[in-house]
Design a protein around this ligand. Structure first.
Ligand code: 3HC
Length: 288
């Protein structure tokens, strides 16, 4: 039986990129104190400012009062010192998709955080078990996979690695519910459920574009009007980030060993060109 910290007041989020800041916002809106850490003050400040702007827009739309916005913002604290995670009762990692870097981070978090604190990873496709065994608390490590944009998307995949204790899965599921999300529990497998299905679709759309079968606009229009998707697969790839998408396709290809998961060469080229989608200002489309 895992001995875990169940009383959670402060949530730590490591990584202030698109997902990290979105998750931090979700946690603060749910009433938790949130400590957001990244490697530079600029990254942390940018994330807090972006969250403040989004909350301000909600005030303008009448979805939040000015007092609620101030209260949510007051629950955020940013830092560049990962050692401050010692104050957290639950930690969610949302850094980039590099297994070696994630393992290093979990090793550090394991040294920093109190015994019993659950360490969750927002990885899109990597092995929770491999991340877990980098720590001395592998039973307290699980996946907690949010979807972009985190404040809007209702799903959280709760991922059970080979070493994850039942109590850890229960706690992560409860936390997802306290965040106002709908959890589903999945066993560790490359891409879990959503990315195993969604990511090959985006990759296939890029193959179609590369083959000249249709324009980017028409590929997206086809999937919006022909399959009722809210946005087309290329616009979605831009939203997810082409670097993230490539990392997930590569994980599916490597781990499942099947040619059907081979990344479209155009996807690699786009990443090499620094056209990463919305976050870089250009991907399959241009952004202001
Ligand atoms: N952050 C916060 N809120 C956002 C947002 C963002 N980035 N983008 C949109 N929103 C909010 C808007 O403010 C708006 O709120 P309101 O209803 O209170 O006014 C609401 O979402 C709807 O936005 P819009 O009217 O501007 O635009 P849409 O109706 O097109 O909705 C969308 C935007 C919700 C992103 C919709 O296009 C959509 O559902 N797209 C598909 C998203 C998806 O599939 N995500 C999963 C990606 S896979 C993934 O994340 C896994 C990873 O591991 C790779």
């Amino acid at each position: 039986m895992a001995d875990l910290a169940r009383e959670i007041k402060t949530v730590g989020v490591v990584g202030a990129g698109t997902m990290g800041r979105g998750i931090a916002r979700v946690a603060a809106e749910a009433g938790f104190q949130v400590l957001l850490v990244d490697v530079t003050q600029e990254l942390v400040d940018r994330a807090l400012q972006a969250n403040d702007r989004e909350l301000q827009r909600m005030v303008e739309k009448g979805k939040l009062s000015a007092e609620e916005r101030a209260a949510v913002m007051a629950r955020f604290k940013g830092t560049t010192d990962v050692a401050e995670m010692a104050a957290c009762d639950f930690v969610i990692e949302a850094i980039f998709e590099d297994l070696a870097v994630k393992k290093d981070l979990f090793r550090r978090l394991d040294e920093i955080c109190r015994p019993g604190v659950v360490l969750a990873s927002n990885t899109s496709a990597l092995s929770i078990t491999e991340i877990a065994v980098a720590t001395r608390r592998p039973q307290l490590v699980a996946g907690m996979h949010f979807f972009n944009p985190a404040p809007v998307m209702k799903l959280v995949e709760v991922v059970r690695g080979l070493t994850t204790a039942d109590e850890t899965v229960d706690l992560v599921r409860d936390m997802a519910a306290r965040f106002g999300k709908e959890p589903v529990i999945v066993k560790e497998s490359p891409g879990f459920v959503v990315n195993r299905i969604l990511v090959p679709m985006m990759n296939e759309a890029i193959w179609l574009l590369q083959e000249g079968v249709a324009s980017a606009e028409d590929i997206d229009k086809a999937m919006k009007l022909g399959a009722n998707h809210p946005i087309g697969p290329l616009a979605l790839a831009d939203l997810v980030g082409l670097d993230v998408l490539l990392a997930v396709v590569e994980t599916l290809h490597r781990e499942l060993g099947e040619d059907k998961y081979r990344p479209a060469p155009l996807l690699r080229q786009m990443v090499r060109a620094g056209r990463l989608g919305r976050k870089s200002g250009a991907g399959f489309y241009q952004y202001a």
